[in-house]
Design a protein around this ligand. Structure first.
Ligand code: AMP
Length: 422
């Protein structure tokens, strides 16, 4: 019996890898243009980082982490998101000394033990950006704009930007109190999870998708009415920077997002094409997180997006993917006795910077040609006794089926010419 892939994970097969290269390259291209530098943190961290960073009442920490003990009994967790690790690295490497404002991006796998469904996996990939060290509202707008530009560069259409402000510690506390008071006599209508949230993190009730809870939530006061002067001003400015560039957004007063660390601005980008899991990315400000993780009080804002979901939307919107480059040259030997020469030529072609391969088995010429065709090689180079005697090889264009003999001395120049003209 073969061993199967773990639930909620997937292989990215060679046939799809060029899509991933394309998306990843576009992400890097756009973010570097916006002045972000890439950071790569470990796949696992000490569990404590996520408990403190993401929040001990968040769904991620309470139900979704892949946690294990190392051989010395220390608790480690596969990273469920990117921000906590970026902040850990920022503090550990004392990056603030070099960069008063630091702009970082990351790209890589994340792990959450969720119930797998369309667009929701246990191992998935995110790209994310973090700006650490500034409370300027322009930066909240820039983070939204940069993420939208990534989507645009990939050709995605019909995306909606939802924004909100969840206030700061002070004004949120007043709102949460009010929310609890208003929810008190509606407890019977809430789902079990929300009943639990009522004590642990009532704000998260606003995020519940269940119909029964939604009916209650709709009648609840919204946070906007409770924002303090500073948070209100910040939100107004973020909106005005988006307005100044003609960026359309919708205000969603109940958008609180699933991670506990957000303050002030929260936002989400949604796509109509994704069904229930419609968020293609989201983020917000997290002005208290760095202090909570042991640093000085430092404002920050960030964003993260799911790459599988981006690819799903691109497929659903029939966005044309760039063509696979394919192999430039496949070397074919007429007889086994031409093997050594074919092997040498193969290296020569690769050294010239072209992609090349050959079949090392002793299969027939016909079978080698079939393989070249299957691989999608642009040209085959046929190495045979007769041509070699004349210091030549045969070059065959696999598309037009034209073939010609080429002098060994001119071979590389000729190949480069041919490949450049395809
Ligand atoms: P979050 O870190 O929860 O704010 O999620 C940011 C983005 O990551 C979401 O908008 C999704 O696009 C993506 N995402 C989150 N969880 C998953 C998952 N389990 N599977 C696939 N994509 C996910």
């Amino acid at each position: 019996m073969i061993i199967r892939i773990p639930k909620g994970t997937q292989d990215i097969l060679p046939k799809d890898i060029s899509k991933w290269y394309y998306v990843e390259n576009k992400i890097r291209e756009v973010l570097i243009k916006y002045g972000y530098q890439e950071i790569r943190t470990p796949i696992f961290e000490y569990t404590e980082l996520f408990v403190r960073g993401v929040g001990d009442s968040s769904d991620i920490v309470t139900k979704e982490m892949f946690t294990f003990l190392d051989r010395k009994g220390r608790s480690l967790t596969l990273r469920p998101e990117g921000t906590a690790a970026v902040v850990r690295s920022y503090l550990e490497n004392k990056m603030s000394r070099v960069y008063p404002v630091l702009k970082l991006f990351y790209l890589g796998p994340m792990f959450r033990c969720e119930k797998p469904q369309a667009g929701r996996f246990r191992q998935f990939h995110q790209f994310g950006i973090e700006v650490i060290g500034t409370k300027a509202p322009e930066v909240d707008a820039e983070v939204i704009i940069a993420s939208i530009e990534v989507y645009k560069k990939l050709g995605l259409k019909n995306l909606k930007i939802m924004i909100n402000s969840v206030g700061c510690k002070k004004c949120r506390a007043i709102y949460v109190q009010k929310l609890k008071e208003s929810l008190k006599d509606k407890m019977d209508f809430l789902c079990l999870e929300c009943k639990d949230r009522y004590n642990k993190n009532p704000l998260r009730i606003l995020d519940c998708k269940k119909d029964s809870c939604q009916k209650v939530i709709k009648k609840m006061p919204t946070i906007n009415e409770y924002l303090c002067q500073d948070c209100r001003q910040h939100f107004t400015e973020v909106k005005s920077y988006l307005d100044s560039l003609g960026i359309k957004y919708f205000i969603e007063p109940r958008l609180v997002r699933g991670l506990d660390y957000y303050t002030k601005t929260t936002f989400e980008i949604i796509s109509g094409e994704l069904g229930a899991q419609d968020a293609i990315g989201g983020g917000g400000r997290y002005d208290d997180l760095i202090e909570e993780l042991g640093g000085d009080s430092t404002p920050a804002v960030g964003f993260a997006a799911g790459i599988e979901r981006i690819i799903m939307v691109m497929n659903q919107q029939n966005i044309e993917w760039p063509k696979d480059k394919g192999l430039d040259i496949f070397i074919v030997k007429v007889k086994e006795t031409n093997k050594d020469m074919a092997f040498k030529l193969l290296q020569k072609v690769r050294d010239a910077g072209l992609s090349a391969d050959m079949d090392y088995s002793s299969k027939s010429l016909k079978s080698q040609m079939r393989l070249a065709h299957k691989i999608g090689a642009k040209y085959t180079l046929i190495v045979g006794e007769e041509e070699l005697a004349k210091n030549m090889v045969t070059l065959r264009n696999m598309q037009t089926k034209e073939q010609k003999e080429v002098e060994m001395d001119n071979l590389i120049d000729e190949l480069i010419l041919c490949i450049n003209s395809t």
